[in-house]
Structures are given as C-alpha cells and as structure tokens.
Design a binder for this molecule. Structure first.
Ligand code: F0G
Length: 458
C-alpha cells in the first residue's frame, strides 16, 4: 500500500508520567507565577509546549553513546568525534563547543562587534538580539514583508528581504561586521529560508565583502522544507541540502538543544582563523577548555549522534506533519494561526483572535494563560512582552502578537496533539477576556523570562 498515515518513526522504550491538575489548582499556580508561564513549576503543567529547546527525547543510540563519553579535560576522544560530525555536516574549519546556543552568540558577538555596529538578520531571536544589544550594537530584522503577516501563505516566509539587505550594505556597509540568517526563522513562525534566498544573501555578502553567519539551531527542519517546497530539490536528501546550506556560510552559531537532538549543548563554527583564536580565548575564560566548552564528554557524544539522526527523512517527515496536523485542525475551525505550518511549533495569532486587546496589554499573554488555565497546556508569548521593550526603554508593539506551541522532539504522540488542538479550540470558541494584562515588575533586559503581571480585568 501507499500509506497515508504518517507514523511516529520510533517505538517507546521508556516513559515519563504526566501530572493532571484541576482548574482550581491551575488558577492558583498562575496567580503564584505572576501570570508568567515561565515562572510555573513544570510539575503543574500537563503538556509542556513552552519550548522545543533541550526538551526532546534522546534515542537509545544517544543514551548508549553517553556511556562512551570520555571525560578527559583536554583532548577528549568525545570532542574529536563531535568535531568530526560537525565538520562533515558544515564543512567549517574551526569547531568550538559551547554549553548552549547563546554562549556561542555571546562569544561571536563579543569578538566581532563594536558599539554602533548593525547586525542584519531575517529575525533575531530573543537571546541573539540581547547579545547584540549588550555590545551596544543594533539587531536589525530584514525578513520579507510576507513574513510579518500571519495568515498569508508563502513557502519561505523566513526569507531575507534582499533589496533591504542591499540598501543597508550600500548605505551603512562600514557599520555591518557580519550578516546573519536564522534557519528556521523562530520569531517569525518557524518559517524556512529557501536555498535560492540564501544564495542571494551569499552573493550580496560577496559583493560587499561581509562574512555570512547562520543561526543554525533548526537547520534540519529548514532542509526538510527546502526538500519538500523548493523547485528541483525533491530528489536531494535533507542532509545533502543541509550541507549545501552550510557551504554558503562563513560560520554558524548552533544550539544543539534543537536540531542537535540533545538536552544541552551548542557550538560556534567558523572559517576565520584569527576570529576563531579570539573566540577560543574567550571560551576558556567563561565556558571551558576548547575541547569541552562547558559540556561533559558524554554531552558531546549525545550531540554528535543527534546531529546524525536529525536529518533522517522519516523523522523529518513525521516532525513536520505532527505540527501541520494541528495547524490543519485549527485552520478548519477558523482559528487565526500563522500559516503555513512552521518547523517546530504552532503559532497562534493572538492579535487576530482577540483584536480588542491592545498590544501593550499583551494579548499573547492573555491567550497563553487562558490555554494553561483551560487545559494545563503551557505555551509561550512571542509578542510585545518578549519584543516590545527597546534598548532605550521605550515600549513599542511587536510586529506580531503570537503564542507559540513548541513541540519537543520525539516526546508527544498524536493523541497529545489531538488534545492540544481541542484545548485551543475550546479557548478560541469560548468567551474572550475583556482586557489583557499589565506588568507589575520586570528587569530591563529579556524581561519576558521573569516579569510578573496582573490581569486588568480583576
Ligand atoms: N537562536 C534561536 C533561533 C533560538 O531559537 C534559540 C533558542 C537560540 C538562538 C539560543 O539557543 O537556548 O541554546 O541558548 N531558542 C529557545 C526557544 C530557547 O524556546 O526558542 P540556546
């Protein structure tokens, strides 16, 4: 037969119970958490879609590799295995392990930026933006206009606006030390960047002599979308596509907590010898010796194995389908959702659902909190709470008010996804809140992680 059902391409060897709570318990937990889902105890969550980062299930082969970890401080065998896999995949010369993606970002930006610089990207994610702003540089988002309209269909909504990038490079080129592209574009809905667009960015980088860095956290999901959506790519394997994508760049930052299929880890990889030396020296100061970079030998083994598993077409087909499955159900019920389905998450359009709540009353927070209260599902706001505070302390609404339901890798089954869809429908079809929230306390930088809020409706 030609199967229509796309199954989970694994069997389950070990399980972890989830904990059910009552609505009253969830209401109390929300109050205690200052209505910020980051502040909940994970035990009070039934289905945790806060993030796909570090929350995946490792394979039996990865756990087996963990036992092979070489914990030598310097020159560990596990490092050389990790380095070989990253080099085979990326073709980049220097491989610098870090404890997670943001450490790679901090080291790269601290070594490569100076005050007043501009770093273009399709969309910077929160930590990337913060690590640039910490250097008194500017993180500038240049995604194509289609990438800012949730309901609009386009196969590569993560693409960089090449015209805007060229204008920036021709007018303010001296202030741009490097160009970044995030694959897939997390803050823009987990949307992919096409190979054609990446070639266009490369050509501009060549013309203006700028290094191109990828924020490569979800490179395999991006390769899958190129494989399925881009003309002429259907016959090429996701790994082959991923290798071509990496061949276009001069370096990358990577959080191995996503497409590294590990619970911790990351790396900075690059070709520039002098920059690599500066990065390694900074690494020693804050992360560790260059052959472990803040990780245990067994973590390096898990990441090495994960980077091999993640480009399996059966895995990627199931991964993309499990997200599209929920999006299809929501679209069929007219729930405003970012389309097409992204690579790692479902993004609800809170502005579209509850347009009466102004952006600076955080409609995304209202929706995420309602979903938790209704069904114990934890999501995350990607809107004006996360991105509304400029470095100069002025609050401006974010481009979109989204609620992200990020799907951990290989953790939840189809019935969990049915439950999630049912929960969203119940909230979306129920009585909307009249008002949103106000912030009662928040730090200046990355406020969404720890802010406390209160509902304006009483
Ligand atoms: N870049 C992107 C595009 C990311 O999505 C993340 C993390 C990072 C960099 C930083 O990596 O967490 O290993 O330090 N995103 C997670 C998320 C936290 O929930 O989307 P990290």
């Amino acid at each position: 037969m030609e199967p229509r059902t796309i199954i989970e391409p694994f069997r389950i060897k070990s399980v972890e119970a989830v904990r059910f709570t009552t609505r009253e318990e969830r209401a109390a937990a929300l109050r205690a958490a200052g209505y910020n889902l980051f502040r909940l105890r994970a035990e009070d969550v039934l289905i945790d879609l806060l993030t796909d980062s570090g929350t995946g299930a490792m394979s039996a082969a990865q756990w087996g590799a963990v036992m092979q970890g070489d914990e030598s401080y310097a020159g560990s065998r596990s490092f050389y295995r990790f380095e070989a896999v990253v080099k085979e995949l990326t073709g980049l010369r220097h491989v610098i392990p870090t404890h997670q993606g943001r450490a790679a970002e901090r080291i790269l930006f601290h070594c490569a930026l100076k005050a007043g610089d501009i770093v273009p990207n399709n969309n910077h994610f929160d930590t990337t933006r913060a690590n640039i702003e910490t250097e008194d540089a500017e993180a500038r988002d240049l995604v194509i206009p289609e990438g800012r309209v949730p309901a609009l269909l386009h196969p590569f909504k993560g693409n960089v606006d090449l015209g805007a990038l060229e204008r920036l490079l021709s007018t303010e080129g001296p202030r741009v030390p490097l160009v970044m592209v995030t694959i897939t574009n997390n803050s823009g809905g987990g949307q992919p960047v096409s190979l054609e667009n990446l070639r266009g960015v490369r050509a501009l980088c060549d013309r203006y002599r700028k290094p191109l860095f990828l924020d490569a956290c979800r490179f395999a999901e991006n390769a899958w979308f190129i494989h399925t959506r881009e003309a002429g790519m259907g016959d090429r394997s996701p790994r082959d596509i991923a290798r071509e994508v990496f061949a276009l760049c001069d370096g990358c930052t990577m959080s191995a907590k996503k497409d590294g299929m590990a619970n911790i880890g990351g790396f900075l990889a690059l070709n520039d010898d002098a920059l690599a030396e500066r990065a390694r020296n900074l690494l020693i100061l804050t992360e560790g010796f260059p052959t472990y970079g803040g990780l245990a030998g067994y973590d390096l083994e898990a990441v090495a194995r994960g980077l091999e598993e993640v480009t399996d077409p059966h895995y990627l087909r199931y991964r993309a389908r499990s997200i599209e499955y929920v999006v299809d159900k929501l679209v069929a019920a007219d729930v405003p959702v970012l389309r097409p389905a992204g690579g790692h998450a479902i993004y609800l359009d809170a502005r579209g659902l509850w347009p009466h709540i102004p952006p600076l009353e955080y409609p995304g927070v209202a929706l995420a909190d309602a979903l938790y209260l209704e069904a114990g599902v934890r999501s995350v706001e990607i809107g004006s709470l996360m991105f509304g505070m400029r470095p100069d302390g002025v609050e401006v609404p974010a481009a979109m008010e989204l609620v992200r339901l990020a799907i951990p890798r290989r953790v939840y089954t189809q019935s969990h996804m049915d439950y999630v869809a049912e929960a969203v429908l119940s909230v979306a079809k129920g009585k909307p809140p009249r008002r949103g929230y106000r912030i009662t306390e928040a730090p200046k930088v990355l406020r969404h992680f720890t802010a406390r809020l209160e509902p304006l409706e009483g």
